[in-house]
Design a protein around this ligand. Structure first.
Ligand code: HEC
Ligand code: HEC
Length: 365
């Protein structure tokens, strides 16, 4: 992401002949030469060797204030939030700063990925923030503010101390402390195509095969071919994987995938008018359906979350079972049944949460 945005447009200061309307036949009524000021407004890219970097400076303290006002709402107070984009800070260590390679990137089982773990050029971060952030007001930061907010991010990652001021004069030294600065390599064989395209596709002019439908379902036999996908992506936030370790299914796999898609956005579909609970088991089940609980829970079987009858068994005899379950239903959480979290059910009325909890506690019949 960073890299794509950071490549930018490298405009040269001298205008190419074809860009001059006077020298293109038939084009002399159209357009005009860009003014130096217009070119300058476009020409903001910062290269890996920091060519193009504006002069300026900003302290961690200044950046912290700016971060709270303009960045924290989307990225979290400490750059840890996964709610609008992958976290920016986390997953790096002092050792990484010494070696220049992020240990956790190649550590099996560590699936968390952050910007500071991946980025190899500080110029990319400077350029990207300057060009694209805050998301709702890109290019609104002054160069000093970009230095400050970047200093703050680097301080959160313990790359610079709290009393640090980042500037065009010391940014190259800080580059030498970036945790993954040595982590990107140029893989030459990919570029050695010996003058030929690296894809081959014979031209078909007659009776060409018609391709099948595009879709995104996984064949049953491939479900678990690469292990359980749900365990390989970060166990929180909006981008979780389907549980592919479920026992072999008899129904089409597309069904299972759409269940997890429904689970990813359970709130929008149902917030409008969740029915008020009346009483009785079928009313409770209807309530569970209306609130999309059944996208993740079977009555007797596990889907993403445990079967309701299994929940009843687990807590049978617990004195505060209804209160406990009602609280957990509303607030969500993880760890009681495994690493996959249950999302908060903020749309659910307290009375409905209690009705559901009472029904589950009574055995979910
Ligand atoms: C309104 C939400 C929002 C706000 C406010 C916001 N960001 Fe972002 N930020 C995003 C989104 C969304 C992305 C990913 C954008 C994309 O990929 O096109 C992103 C990406 C980034 C990245 C790149 C991460 C990567 O690994 O590619 C950085 C760095 C960043 N933001 C810094 C900031 C800073 C600094 C501020 C405050 C000055 C800020 N953001 C304010 C939503 C926001
Ligand atoms: C997106 C999937 C999802 C949705 C929607 C969902 N749950 Fe869950 N639920 C889970 C997961 C996953 C767990 C296991 C959490 C854990 O391990 O602590 C869980 C756990 C539970 C538990 C057991 C709590 C415990 O501590 O043992 C109850 C009760 C429960 N959910 C009820 C509900 C009800 C009622 C609804 C609807 C209002 C609902 N869930 C909606 C996924 C979901």
């Amino acid at each position: 992401m960073l890299i794509r945005a950071a490549v930018g447009i490298a405009l040269s200061s001298s205008v190419a002949p074809w860009a001059n309307p006077a020298v293109v036949p038939g084009m002399n009524q159209i357009g005009r030469t860009a003014t130096p000021a217009e070119v300058k407004a476009w020409d903001i890219d910062v290269r890996g060797d920091f060519k193009g970097l504006p002069k300026g400076a900003g302290s961690v303290a200044m950046g912290a204030e700016l971060w709270d006002g303009k960045c924290a709402s989307c990225h979290g107070a400490f750059g840890e939030s996964n709610s609008v984009f992958a976290p920016i800070v986390g997953g790096t260590s002092k050792k990484d700063i010494e070696s220049g390679r992020t240990y956790f990137l190649s550590h099996p089982g560590y699936t968390h990925r952050t910007t500071l773990m991946k980025v190899s050029k500080l110029s990319s971060m400077w350029d990207y923030i300057h060009r694209a952030m805050p998301w709702n007001a890109p290019k609104s930061l002054t160069p000093d503010e970009v230095y400050g907010v970047l200093a703050y991010i680097l301080n959160l990652g313990e790359i610079v101390p709290a009393d640090f001021t980042l500037s065009d004069r010391n940014i190259a030294e800080v580059q030498n402390r970036l945790p993954n600065r040595n982590g990107k390599v140029f893989y030459e064989p990919m570029w050695q195509v010996h003058g030929k395209g690296d894809v081959k596709n014979p031209l078909c002019m007659k009776d060409c095969p018609v391709e099948g439908k595009l879709g995104s379902s996984l064949p049953v036999d491939a479900r678990n071919a690469n292990g359980n996908i749900a365990e390989q992506v970060r166990p929180f936030g909006p981008a979780r994987g389907t549980d592919t370790a479920l026992p072999p299914r008899t129904e089409k796999v597309g069904v299972a995938l759409s269940v997890s898609q429904a689970a990813a956005a359970p709130v929008t579909a149902v917030t409008a008018t969740p029915p008020v609970a009346s009483s009785g088991p079928s009313a409770a089940l209807k309530l569970a359906e209306a609130n999309a609980c059944t996208a993740c829970h079977g009555v007797a079987n596990k889907i993403v979350g445990p079967g309701f009858q299994d929940v009843a068994k687990k807590y049978a005899g617990r004195a505060d079972i209804v209160d406990y379950l009602a609280g957990k239903i509303r607030k969500g959480g993880q760890g009681a049944w495994g690493p996959i979290p249950m999302p908060e059910q903020a749309q659910l009325k307290e009375a409905d949460a209690e009705a559901l909890a009472a029904w589950i506690a009574a055995g979910a019949r």
